[in-house]
Design a protein around this ligand. Structure first.
Ligand code: ZN
Length: 285
């Protein structure tokens, strides 16, 4: 089907009380796994890449690859920049043809985050592209493409979220509510009280980062409370790499890269399907 904006996907998800699963990618097999899993379940899906991943693949190649794969499928697909570090990077992705960009100014003082996000919103909206912002630093449980380990689990301030949304006019935003990127060392304790307050004050679709390892019942509860996009990165990389390692050990001397990578792709299809079902977005096309 078509490549659509995250605004279109998330507004529908919020109304329908499900979340769109967003998966990071940085190569062909990984991207095929995401799109084929979503197509099998007839689910809308977002393919996203952090700056390091965009640079690794080349932004034009990334957009062309997703567009070509999506053209053969009957599902709506989003192409999104995850954790855009600057105005310049967001604008570069507009030129590549991304349909959604995130600007992450959460580490800056609120005024600066608002001013920078607003600039990104003005440029992106002029091109018909959606913007995701972030308030309250979402920590890193490990080094990952989204950033370096900092062990910080932040909690967003609902007053700041309200002001941020009003002054930036973002289409959706990620708020830190006890979630983190990478692998959680202990069961994450999501602050549902803060989530409820943020939803009440802002009313726009909310994004939950660090979906890997959050118990299914907590994900579903968050979705019923207004979370409309959930990011999964670590769980796919972990499954894909573990399968690749096992395949390499089982096939010493194998020189056909397709034979080595196909089992990883199958594993990632299985993982993506599990997480799409957790998001309750299957059969929501
Ligand atoms: Zn993130």
């Amino acid at each position: 089907m078509s490549i659509v904006t995250n605004k279109e996907l998330l507004d529908r998800a919020k109304k329908g009380s499900y979340a769109v699963a967003a998966f990071n990618t940085n190569n062909l097999e990984y991207t095929q796994a995401i799109l084929w899993a979503a197509a099998e379940l007839q689910a809308p899906v977002i393919v996203e890449a952090a700056k390091s991943e965009v640079d690794y693949m080349d932004g034009h190649v990334f957009v062309a690859m997703i567009s070509a794969l999506a053209a053969k499928l009957s599902i709506p697909v989003g192409i999104h920049l995850d954790h855009g570090p600057s105005y310049e990077e967001a604008v570069r992705c507009l030129a590549y043809g991304f349909k959604s960009v995130m600007y992450d100014g959460s580490a800056l003082p609120l005024e600066e985050n608002i001013a920078n996000t607003r600039k990104v919103v003005e440029a992106a909206h002029a091109c018909g592209v959606s913007v995701e912002g972030e308030v309250g630093v979402i920590g890193q449980a490990e080094d990952s493409p989204e950033g370096k380990k900092n062990d910080l689990i932040g909690i967003a301030n609902p007053d700041e979220c309200e002001r941020f949304v009003k002054e930036t006019r973002v289409d959706c935003f990620a708020a830190a509510i006890g979630n983190a990127h990478g692998l959680y060392k202990r069961k994450p304790a999501l602050r549902f009280d803060i989530l409820a307050e943020i939803e009440r004050r802002t009313g726009i679709p909310l994004v939950l980062h660090g979906g890997t390892g959050i118990p299914e019942e907590d994900l579903r509860k968050a979705i019923t409370m207004g979370v409309s996009k959930i990011n999964f990165s670590t769980v796919m990389r972990k499954g894909g790499i573990e399968t690749l390692t096992a395949t390499l050990h089982a096939n010493p001397g194998e020189l056909d890269l397709m034979k080595l990578l196909a089992p990883s792709r199958d594993k990632m299809i299985e993982i993506a399907k599990q997480h799409i079902i957790m998001c309750m977005s299957d059969h929501k096309v």
